[in-house]
Design a protein. Sequence first.
Length: 390
Amino acid sequence: MTWGTITSPHTSSSSQFAGDYLNKLSKLFSDIDVSLTPYSSTDIPLINTPFQIRSGKLQLLRSSGSNGCIIVIPAVGSLYNLNVPLISADDTFALLGVANSFTERITVSKDTADLLYLRRPTQTVGNGVEFWSWMYDSANVYKNYGRFRWEIRTNTPGAENSSAKWSVMKAGTITSMLSINGETGLVLLGTNLRQGFDDSLETAARTYQTPNNDAQLIGVVSKSNTTVDINTTAAETDLLNYSVSGNRMGTNGVVKFTITGYILQNQATGTTYTFAIKFGGTTMWADVTASISQSATKFPFLIEGEIYNKNATNAQSLAGKIIINDSTAATTGIGDISTAGLLVNNFDSEGADTTKDTTSAQTLQVTVTMSVSNANVKTVVKHKRVELMT
């Protein structure tokens, strides 16, 4: 509404309140800025006494006069001071329910455990809350340099799981590096790879101790205890076939392999066994046994070897050993140790080293070829495994 004014008002003095002051009050309550011309800036109304406005009655509007906010006071037990912090420049109130940007350090101070709450009402898998750290990069561009995120992983009643994940700037890209979650425990991350620690087999608290030196972990990347019975064939046959993924060996990485089992030659024709080790399709070592005569005794064997990069991702050597016992019976099991055995030899790829590019996948093969195809001529694999040290 617009309040009326007095026509030709008298002029007020220091001792007399006249019509011009009444007109000023009328304009003050009629959406007119009384501090503007013809009034000076000293005419800005100044209130120096407490006065009260009931909750919901104070409306702060935009300069256009429409839209704004209404100040509502919740039910409180007394009158409390709302202190405005000391400021040294223009500033903005931070409000609940809207995004706020803070340009100064914030201290949260309270003497109980429930110091700070971060809450998100959405309760579906994948939702969470985050802390982000922003800084200027070398080109003076404002970037996110670090994140800490809590997230819902499973939300089944009584079986909920969550995760906490740390991400940092790595080679110019924000990258997840560490995660702790209720499903797999501690997980180390990097690019698209991850390393997890599983304590499901532990029955008590254990301590993982590291040596007082640089060290590398040896990982078993493949193993099988399934018995494989190779017989009735004279064709070259795999005892082990494993694809070493690209970039897994580095410049000095090692692929270690172990194969155990036995051979059986229980038919009349003398039989030879040719063993070969290949990497990337190239034979690095191969040799044939002497002819083995018929025997109902199983000859246990062990093949162990290492293929390693020679200070480059495209230069490999091989070294290892092969042991085959003879037909002398053991006291228990198979494999007599009272004699020298049929075959106890080391092997090496000297003169047959390879130059495979291990930044790409390369296949490790260990094969056997039996000179006679017969059901009673066998190579039986009982256990095999591949270990990788980068």
